[in-house]
Design a protein around this ligand. Sequence first.
Ligand code: ADP
Ligand code: MG
Length: 256
Amino acid sequence: MPSVESLPYLLKELKLPGIKSYWQEKAKIAESLHWSYGEFLADILDMELTGREQRRLQEIMRQSKLPSTKTLSTLDLTANPSINPAQIKHFSQDKSWLSQAENLILLGPSGIGKTHIASAIGHGLIEQGARVFFSSATMLIQTLQQAKNELKLKNTLDRLARFDLLILDDIGYVKKSEQETSVLFELINERYETGSILITANQAFGDWEHIFPDSIMAVAAIDRLVHHATIIQMTGESYRATYAMNKNKKKEDSKT
Ligand code: ADP
Ligand code: MG
């Protein structure tokens, strides 16, 4: 019969850090409440599992590179009449669109809330168990381009394929110098009908030509993206400008 002293070692070997930290505390509770051995075991195992799920979620959140404060709870869903709150909630709370490799495209002028909405959807989906990766389109394209130069593009695309959702923020900002190698097309082609992409852009499709090496590739890319996609066109004022204006107005009002 091993001694109680061997518990720290046993729990470390078995990789049960939650039980290792809390079993003594729990044992006292178990004694005072007269739990059976079975109840005690169930309780500490449940605690271990909860801790493990939390750590897994934290790790997935860290890997996602999502802006941490742009969540559904900090998003005012009534601020912009051109978005439908129920639709945004659906995309963030029901991950079935990811298993169907559907895409989501958010179009609208600068400052209207595209990045915030995209990020909030990402956060919501992670809570639903999905794996999400957020990046500015420019940065991801640079990474892919570098990988291509080093003959590692396939590797990098495979790594990205592990994410259920790729968020490419501000695709319109991709510069001429970054489009020559067509890696963006390769990415879109690779994920077509296999993995979801969420794209934000401040230009309509007609102006996407400069993102790709030529118009044929632009058409082919847009074709693949929109084949199974929901397109949300946002209109109206910049949230930033409106918010700043309202704040000033409040200040003015309070003066009078
Ligand atoms: P875009 O990506 O369309 O340029 P952002 O998502 O960056 O716009 O929004 C601009 C700023 O306004 C950000 O700080 C964002 O958090 C905030 N914002 C935009 N829309 C909302 C909203 N509906 N509720 C709360 N904050 C918002
Ligand atoms: Mg943005």
